[in-house]
Design a protein around this ligand. Structure first.
Ligand code: TYD
Length: 212
């Protein structure tokens, strides 16, 4: 158990807090699960800062528009913009929230860049990891909840496909495979949840993964 929500906030509150990332292919349901997790955490008295990548800062929201609805972007330009967005979010929002003892629940994280740009765009997972490291300054998510759905389900559930999400089945299946590999390589950090099931069951498993 990482949190002790019943305990009074003390000097080591920061150590009890978690940086939780929700990951998965487009259409996995991250946004809706993020809202449910936020509600559950708040109901036990934990301050939650919900963020999304790309976005969450002034710079990030501008980059989001360019990345998702803008002109064609070369693979490295794309990877560097995601890394820039993340660096800004870390500096402005995530780090300050963790330092004051809040819990950060993030819709996507650096692992999306490893899967989409590293594997999906074939830039190499290690190279994409390296360009992200300076902006993260050591703060990787403590817990990554991978919402696993088939590419068929992901594509079917997408309400409005963005520039990357609309790249099609081939990209999404490469990304899905990369997420699976990352989860296998980091069993201490990842929990894989079958997100093909009804939302209420997914939420229960996510809550169990958080371990409160
Ligand atoms: P998101 O808003 O989570 O879309 P969805 O809800 O459809 O999953 O993510 C936007 C898109 O950006 C999505 O196609 C994944 C992509 N993306 C990357 O390619 N690399 C990244 O590092 C991040 C954070 C997102």
């Amino acid at each position: 158990m990482v949190f002790s929500p019943g305990e009074p906030a003390t000097g080591n509150r920061t150590e009890m807090c978690r940086y939780i990332a929700l990951e998965g292919i487009d259409g996995a349901g991250k946004t809706s699960i993020q809202a449910a997790l936020r509600e559950r955490l708040e109901s036990v008295g934990i301050e939650v800062v919900a963020v999304r990548e790309p976005g969450g800062t002034l710079l990030g929201e501008s980059l989001r528009r360019v990345l998702l609805d803008g002109p064609p972007v070369s693979p490295w330009a794309e990877a560097l913009m995601f890394a820039a967005d993340r660096a800004q979010l870390m500096a402005d929002v995530v780090r300050p929230a963790l330092e004051r003892g809040a819990c950060v629940v993030s819709d996507r994280s650096v692992y999306s860049s490893l899967a989409y740009q590293g594997a999906g765009r074939a830039l190499g997972i290690d190279r994409v990891r390296r360009i992200n490291e300076p902006g993260l300054a050591g703060r990787w998510p403590d817990l990554v909840i991978l919402l696993a759905v088939s590419t068929r389900t992901g594509l079917a559930r997408q309400r409005q496909a963005d520039r990357i999400g609309s790249s099609g089945h081939a990209l999404l299946s490469t990304v899905a495979e990369a997420f699976d590999t990352l989860a296998r390589q980091n069993p201490d950090r990842f929990v894989v949840v079958d997100a093909e099931r009804p939302r209420s069951l997914v939420v229960e498993d996510v809550w169990e993964a958080v371990g409160l």
